[in-house]
Ligand binder design. Structure first.
Ligand SMILES: [Zn+2]
Length: 137
């Protein structure tokens, strides 16, 4: 795997996936500040978790149609980051309404949507990015 700079990775996601990532990132920040005492940015462990979440969003088989993670039928996280993420969500979920009301409300509305069927064709953000690239060549 080629490691990319923070900036490049942020440009990878767009639309719903980017909003989802902003939500997750904001939740990790709330968690990190309270549990690890980091007020600006993230500690190493939380930064890693945030990167992991970003990679998973990029590769999500639903692409832009992604349901919220807690309702997703596909289990794409490894057990360990999954547990950490659960703890983050439990802690930061209720606090999001005060800190980031717009993101929180979007997420809550999203949760009510029906979970789509798993697409037969690969429509992940990553797959589509690669396709656009190869068509350009
Ligand atoms: Zn942390």
């Amino acid at each position: 795997m080629v490691l990319q700079s923070q900036r490049q990775l942020d440009e990878i996601l767009s639309g719903e996936l980017l909003k989802e990532y902003k939500t997750v990132h904001a939740m990790i920040k709330i968690y990190c500040a309270k549990h690890h005492g980091v007020l600006h940015g993230l500690c190493e462990e939380c930064a890693e978790l945030s990167e992991y979440a970003k990679t998973k969003l990029d590769r999500c088989v639903f692409g832009q149609n992604k349901p919220t993670c807690n309702r997703c039928p596909v289990h794409c996280y490894r057990p360990e980051p999954k547990e950490t993420m659960r703890a983050v969500m439990r802690f930061s979920g209720p606090r999001m309404l005060f800190k980031h009301p717009l993101l929180a409300i979007r997420h809550l509305r999203h949760e009510k949507k029906e979970v789509p069927e798993v697409p037969k064709k690969n429509v992940s953000n990553r797959h589509l990015r690669k396709q656009v690239k190869s068509e350009k060549q």
